[in-house]
Design a protein around this ligand. Sequence first.
Ligand code: HGY
Ligand code: MN
Ligand code: MN
Length: 413
Amino acid sequence: MELIIDAQALGADLEALAAYSDDEPPGVTRLVYGPADLRARAYLRQQCDEAGLVVREDGLGNLFARWPGSEPDLPAVASGSHIDALPHAGRFDGTVGVVGALEALRALRRAGFQPRRSLEMILFTSEEPTRFGLGCLGSRAMIGALTPDQLRQLRDGQGRSLDEWRTSADFTAPLEAVALAPGAYGAFVELHIEQGPLLEVEGLPIGVVRAIAAPAALRVVIRGQSGHAGSVLMLERRDALLAGAELALAVEAAALGTGSRDTVATTGIFTIGPGAVNAIPNVATLEIDVRDIDLERRDQVLQAIKASTEAICARRHVTYDLIELNADPPATCDPAVVETIIKVCDRIGLPRLIMISRAYHDSLFMARICPTAMIFIPSRGGISHRADEYSDLDQIGQGVAVLAHSLAALSHA
Ligand code: HGY
Ligand code: MN
Ligand code: MN
């Protein structure tokens, strides 16, 4: 089937989404349920309507744009990703998978394709952990890994609840209806930028993901004693910042200590109080991200960090609270879906690399309820979660072509 991917339309969609941002170009900041996110969603809803898709949104704002197939009762085939962006991020993380899925469906319709299984584009709400401290909220809730009660307990950094945020964004459908019925999907494929250097280094246009690394996150709040920077002597201090600083270095040592290049750990958030140059810090909050493709090694690092927290705080006479925000297992992509994508690449003449994803994605959770795989396209310099994240339109168009042909094959599987 001759498929024409409209690179101009892709570019226009990405350009339009990038304009809905709370950052200076080329950076993008788009936190879930904020004004920029809502304007981006409205734009996408309009594109889905114009493409003739049947659109619905659930109580979290997950958006589903469906092209009913000839056998609409069969489990559908879906593709999608996210549009929320962490502060000062890039314009391609997530959005390539959303506008790419939309363009794949548009290209199939233009080519006169007739789906047997319905085809659906999904926009997952809140893939980034920025607002509520937990990533992949939409996909977790869709697969039942996050209950309505757990969702209702979520607060942002200022204490505003997820319920307040979602209802103010006009997502008022019951949270109880977010979890999907068993067998809702027959397959899921996500197109995403690699967010790493491998494809560019190898000079390859397509990555076929066989596994997704296991992410975990901790929040540690350390409490010491504030006091006058001039009059409290050094040996009398209980300085929360210094305990936190030691802990951040212990996090790095724990990751390096496994001896594997596949173990990574990051202290991405480190805030202190009261925040005066002449007052001893009495509180330090660290958020720590730990990942590995090997679950046991990842959990070893979590244990080592917990032990270091205990030891450092005891020695420095400060107290701490440690919360495990998430500790998810890795995902193995479905061999049959991987094979479908490989066959498409070979048929349309695109060299590909079978690889793992060190970043997590909504596919990590979709893989728990249906056969799932991912398609990667190169990231310039391997850069992501930065304003200078970049993939060119040819690369994106090639990824969308592989996606469209894969969805067509899966729709008739
Ligand atoms: O952090 C991640 O891996 C994803 O980009 N949110
Ligand atoms: Mn991201
Ligand atoms: Mn992403």
